[in-house]
Design a binder for this molecule. Structure first.
Ligand code: ADP
Ligand code: MG
Length: 260
């Protein structure tokens, strides 16, 4: 059964989409069967996967609205993972869902039908706690939080932790922060190192060992419609995301062993 991981942080520009796309591609390279779900109306994860968001027949919008099954919207990408693409139509879906019953559970229900086919389902969230993010969090087994080690980052993180704990009771009792990944990291930056130290002090094992460096190849890849694995897997960014995928796979193996 596919493990559903939401990539969430209410802050924009912290590397959610970069992490979602490159983690999907890195897990596919391991190799695992992966589905990437684009829940952001900006459709950046869709474009970065080499799929044109302006030419979608079906998308996560129709799936959320119950107008088509997930299987009818999922496409294959040149990167060896599948994609449930998204675009600006998600904004309309969000508005229409406002009056519907069980509106936070739509994604979970839709993914239920395809879950068996995947090892991992990675959901890219928009930068807000909108209904779209709530759908992702309701469906998720775990949340991965990308964060930049900046001055206000820890404050933002603790508010995200509070939100997740509040949602746990209402929406999804199984919801846990699976891990925190440091993104756009610059080892020469003293503040980044200090914040990183605080982070590991407070969150211990939850902080992934793999650190994603600031790396121009990661920023370039989406403009070629490629993940870093397709674009330049030997780059520092590529190695870091492959390392993160390895860490996730090892953690899960360990968890399965402990529960057996
Ligand atoms: P979010 O989805 O959280 O809004 P993005 O993943 O879109 O954030 O990243 C914001 C911007 O930073 C993008 O232009 C992206 O290419 C760039 N970026 C993200 N991670 C890195 C990195 N590790 N190194 C260099 N640029 C990065
Ligand atoms: Mg994004």
């Amino acid at each position: 059964m596919g493990r559903i991981i939401a990539i969430a942080n209410q802050k924009g520009g912290v590397g959610k989409t970069t992490t979602a796309v490159n983690l999907a591609a890195a897990l596919a390279a391991v190799p695992r069967k992966v589905l990437l779900v684009d829940m952001d109306p900006q459709g950046n994860a869709t474009m970065a996967s080499g799929v044109d968001k302006r030419e979608l027949e079906n998308s996560s919008c129709e799936v959320l609205l119950g107008e088509c099954p997930a299987s009818a919207a999922i496409v294959t990408t040149p990167e060896n993972y599948d994609l449930l693409p998204g675009n600006i139509d998600l904004t309309a879906a969000e508005i229409r869902l406002m009056d519907e019953s069980a509106r936070e559970q739509r994604l979970k229900t839709a993914l239920g039908a395809v879950r068996e086919q995947y090892d991992y389902i990675i959901v890219d969230c928009p930068p807000s706690l909108s209904l779209l993010t709530l759908n992702a969090l309701a469906a998720a087994d775990g949340v991965i939080v990308p964060m930049q080690c900046e001055y206000f980052a820890l404050e933002g993180l603790s508010s995200l932790v509070d939100t997740i704990n509040a949602l746990k009771g209402k929406l999804n009792p199984a919801l846990e922060i699976e891990g925190i990944v440091r993104t756009m990291f610059d080892v020469r930056n003293n503040l980044a190192n200090a914040v990183s130290g605080e982070l590991t002090k407070h969150f211990g094992d939850k902080v992934f060992r793999s650190i994603i460096p600031r790396n121009v190849r990661l920023a370039e890849a989406p403009s070629h419609g490629q993940s870093i694995v397709g674009y330049d897997r030997a780059s520092r960014g590529g190695i870091a995301y492959l390392g993160l995928a390895g860490e996730i796979v090892r953690r899960e193996k360990k968890m399965l062993k402990e529960s057996a």
